[in-house]
Ligand binder design. Structure first.
Ligand code: 6PG
Length: 254
């Protein structure tokens, strides 16, 4: 492990997307079990996009479903698209179909971002308020998630933090409404870096050869302009869980 201020990212490479889902789901159960032992609850933010779906399906099936402390689990979303929860592009919809509708988690412990909101700024502020309430955070204090799951796009975006977006410089708000011109659904809601970097554990799930080039750049230059490389937990652990095709361009010495 690197310095407490800048922990060196841990990189785990597995054979393929199926192995990545197996490993990711097992790690989620481990962290959930440890968190409940230590703090009597597990707080996790789910990633959107396509890569995490299989991980969620693994968690919703035996044996892992029975090993998860669902009654003490709180679920949030790291980002959402500006669409209703039943829209095909809704991250909530994906997670609900793959996981939430299949496990005994109390409905009150699933906090979704109101992607359908007309007033996006108000919806982002509302989500931050709900989070602060659940965590019991004092004013100005950032909630510390036990685990934040993230993906990465081929442009190096993560959550809905896109290259060149002003939100990359956000230092106060934990959640922001953003307009991502490059995205299929430009209206987005996203965790900001202060909130992501305040987490105890952050885990990237990255699969597929199409991600190899940007992954190499993101890992080669931490803190470079690529949003994914700006994820640097202040004192938490950062794990990159990769499949072999995505890791193909990484220096062997790693
Ligand atoms: C989103 C995601 C986004 C995602 C990447 C990777 O809402 O789109 O949160 O950050 O993780 O775009 O997406 P894939 O896993 O589908 O490649």
């Amino acid at each position: 492990m690197g310095s407490a201020m800048d922990p060196k990212p841990e990189i785990t490479i597995v054979d393929d997307a199926a192995a990545l889902a197996d490993t990711a789901a097992r790690v989620v159960v481990e962290i959930a079990t440890e968190s409940v032992k230590a703090r009597r609850r597990f707080t996790v933010a789910l990633a959107g996009g396509g890569t995490p779906r299989t991980t969620y399906e693994r968690l919703a099936a035996p044996p892992l479903r029975e090993q998860m402390p669902w009654d003490r689990t709180w679920i949030f979303f790291g980002d959402e698209r500006g669409v209703p929860p039943d829209h095909p592009d809704s991250n909530y919809r994906m997670a609900n179909a793959a996981l939430l509708s299949k496990v005994p988690i109390p409905a009150g412990q699933v906090a979704r971002i109101r992607g359908e909101a007309d007033d996006a700024e108000a919806a982002a502020a509302e989500y931050a308020r709900v989070m602060t309430e659940v965590f019991g955070s004092r004013r100005g204090e950032l909630p510390c998630f036990d685990l934040i799951l993230l993906g990465m796009g081929i442009d190096g975006h993560t959550a809905s933090l896109f290259p060149g977006s002003p939100v990359l410089k956000e230092v106060f708000r934990p959640v922001a409404a953003v307009h991502a011109a490059a995205a299929s659904i430009p209206q987005r809601f996203t965790f900001t870096f202060p909130l992501i970097n305040a987490a105890a554990r952050v885990m990237f799930l990255v699969a597929g050869s199409e991600k190899a080039k940007v992954l190499k750049a993101a890992l080669a230059e931490p803190g470079s302009g690529l949003p994914a490389s700006m994820v640097r937990p202040t004192s938490g652990r950062l794990t990159w869980l990769l499949d072999r095709p995505a890791a193909a361009l990484l220096p062997k010495s790693r």
